[in-house]
Design a protein around this ligand. Structure first.
Ligand code: G4P
Length: 536
């Protein structure tokens, strides 16, 4: 961590910041994210038995204080952020929702982490959702650790999987471990750096180092005797890997160009220790963030945080929200007096929630890198900054070009005015993107996941008493457009029927198909078309 404060002898704040690792697991559904999360938490001592995370998923877990919070507020915050300690590091694991929950929230979570752990199902390789999530990582140069899971099954050839990651995801791969065999013949993984073989022992709950058996060298007689075929192909692959694979370069990893790759089997707890080790050793501590006015250093004494997710209360009686805030600098303490930059008003942080997967659920302090939850009544929005210091605008929470477009259809036509107001409010809050066509043909909603429409329908009904359904519209892509005043004026006049303003007033081109988009882009070379827009 480079810092203007690094000259002084390390303060508590600096030590606490330096030992934080904040990351998210990204994967396509079914690759093993939940299983791996659970094993990581068990390793970290945060939970004692397998099944806890799964049970949380299905709402059967009800022992911690968390569930009280959850019950009272009627929302699901418990499994969103998990914190545990490992080898002196405080690890924050942020949940990215699965396929059926896929929404802009999923993307935004990635703006709050310093590293990502990508889980690939070794039988399937790179899948659709992984591609999307990795695009966001690339945008922010997030370092990615790769875990190739399910080696205890008959899967694809490891060399082929590495090629696929490099080709499709455009991410350099530096294998750290390499598998010997697969499925019934899976003997374990060979650590290329340590020249040691870690023996796979299915069913053994290898939670401690002492339960992991290590064989020295790639030619151990045990392998030749027990896994002759797997060992022979492993030796061939090893030659290729040692000759051709990218060496691990820490700097290239930190810039998001190279990913250390591990093979294993999450369900058998195999390879999990290696990942934690990589997180502790290689993943970055919280990094400085750029604000328009200056750089915000994580160990600066003034508290600064940015809201990256809003969890709305599903309880129709209240408009309570929890704003998830990533601390970017300084320390949170109960009763902290801060300023809300957008409204320029003071706020006192009294009841912030800290997320602990351990029993001591309520902490009185949190540091840069940590995530805290702030209950509020709709005052906080995505992208909002709160700070103890000078009024700054932090960069970092983009809007992503939506993929599904719909218009709201009212079941009670008399509520049209209220509908427009409600949609604008939900758009400002970040629940969904709203586009108001210049020709006033009715607000178009844009989302990256179907769930966002369901959330909007539910909230319209419970909070605004508006009964609405959604119909598809002939829009395939919305891109934000920019240019100098003269060009924009001409462009706007010529394309008014395809232009709309988003919640912040930014102009977007709503294209019905690729051909129209390409033609328009060709015709207007002085206009830039952007697929993301920074909130702010
Ligand atoms: P997700 O959160 O990414 O959606 O995946 P999840 O962990 O739920 O895992 C998806 C399925 O893959 C689960 O099986 C899980 O047990 C299995 N799985 C995870 N890791 C491994 C592994 O290393 N090896 C093998 N063979 N399977 C693995 P399921 O049948 O869908 O669920 P369940 O009945 O086992 O709970």
């Amino acid at each position: 961590m480079s810092s203007q404060y690094a000259d002084n002898s390390a303060t508590t704040l600096q030590r606490e910041v330096e030992r934080r690792r904040t990351f998210a697991i990204i994967s396509h559904p079914d690759a093993g994210k939940t299983t791996l999360t659970e094993k990581l938490l068990m390793y970290g001592g945060a939970i004692r038995s397998a099944g806890t995370v799964k049970a949380k998923k299905s709402n059967q877990f009800a022992t911690s204080d968390w569930m009280e919070v959850e019950k009272q507020r009627g929302i699901s915050v418990a499994s969103s952020v998990m914190q545990f300690e490992h080898q002196g590091c405080v690890i924050n694991l942020l949940d990215t929702p699965g396929h059926q929950d896929f929404s802009e929230d999923t993307y935004r979570v990635l703006t709050a982490v310093d590293a990502a752990l990508m889980v690939i199902d070794a039988a399937k390789g790179v899948e659709a959702q992984t591609i999307k999530l990795l695009e966001v990582c690339r945008l922010r140069k997030t370092p990615v650790i790769t875990f190739i899971n399910k080696m205890d099954r008959e899967v694809r050839e490891p060399l082929e999987l590495i090629d696929e990651i490099e080709d499709i995801l455009k991410l350099g791969c530096a294998p750290i471990t390499w598998p010997v065999g697969m499925g019934k013949d899976f003997a374990g993984v060979y650590d290329l750096h340590k020249a040691q073989m870690l023996k796979f022992m299915p069913g053994v709950n290898n939670l401690g180092d002492e339960s992991i058996e290590v064989l020295d060298g790639a030619d151990h007689p045990f392998l030749r005797d027990h896994y002759p075929i797997a060992h022979a192909s492993f030796k061939e692959e090893l030659e290729v890997v040692e000759a051709a694979a990218e060496p691990f370069d820490h700097e290239a990893f930190l810039n998001g160009n190279i990913s250390p790759v591990f093979f294993g089997s999450a369900i058998n707890n195999f390879g999990v220790r290696d990942i934690l080790q990589a997180l502790v050793e290689w993943a970055p501590a919280p990094r400085p963030r750029e604000a328009k006015q200056r750089t915000v250093y994580p160990d600066a004494p003034d508290f600064t945080g940015i809201v990256f997710k809003i969890q709305a209360n599903m309880n129709p009686q209240h408009r309570d929200r929890i704003a998830f805030l990533r601390i970017c600098s300084g320390e949170y303490r109960q009763g902290l007096k801060v300023k809300h930059v957008r409204s320029a008003k003071p706020i006192r942080l009294d009841h912030a929630i800290t997320f602990m997967a351990q029993e001591r659920a309520h902490l009185s302090s949190a540091y840069a890198g940590d995530i805290i939850g702030i209950p509020n009544h709709g005052k906080l929005r995505i992208g909002d900054v709160i700070t103890q210091g000078d009024m700054i605008e932090l960069e970092g929470i983009p809007h992503f070009s939506p993929e599904i477009f719909k218009v709201a259809r009212l079941n009670d036509p008399l509520r049209a005015k209220q509908l427009n107001k409600a949609l604008k409010e939900l758009g400002e809050e970040g629940t969904i993107q709203v586009f108001d066509p210049l020709e006033k043909t009715g607000i178009v909603l844009g989302a990256v996941g179907q769930l966002q429409f369901e959330t909007v329908a539910h909230r319209l009904l419970t909070e605004y008493k508006i009964d609405a359904a959604f119909d598809r519209v002939p829009v395939q892509k919305a891109l934000w457009v920019k240019g100098d005043d003269a060009h924009m004026k001409k462009f706007t006049q010529a394309n008014a029927n395809r232009l709309a303003r988003d919640a912040a007033g930014a102009l977007a081109f709503m294209s019905p198909n690729r051909a129209v988009l390409e033609l328009t882009m060709e015709k207007w070379p002085d206009i830039t078309f952007q697929s993301t827009r920074e909130i702010g």
